[in-house]
Design a protein around this ligand. Structure first.
Ligand code: FES
Length: 94
């Protein structure tokens, strides 16, 4: 099972995830306060994070991320990126 490390505020939390789960859901399931104004539908950018390690262990960017202008590393929308291996992400907006 992939390990996902969230960095937010002055905290770091590492949790286990299922393959294919979205970063947003993994975080919310584990008490990580990720903003998600559009409900995880890829229509805002409040869930944006910076991937510090393991970009290659996330699904490729999809159309919704590209439509929102999230096209450059290390940025991803946590509601769209699916986990396929270990990664470390830093939340913004906290
Ligand atoms: S929650 Fe709105 S884009 Fe992810």
């Amino acid at each position: 099972m992939p390990n996902v490390t969230f960095i937010y505020g002055n905290q770091t939390k590492t949790v286990e995830a299922e393959n294919g789960q979205k970063l947003l859901q993994i975080g919310l399931d584990n008490g990580v306060p990720i903003e998600h104004a559009c409900g995880g539908n890829g229509f805002c950018t409040t869930c944006m994070c910076n991937v510090k390690e393991g970009m290659g262990n996330l699904s490729a960017r999809n159309d919704r991320e590209e439509n929102m202008g999230i096209v450059h590393d290390p940025e991803r929308l946590s509601c769209q990126a699916e986990v396929q291996g270990d990664c470390t992400v830093e939340l913004l907006d906290i």
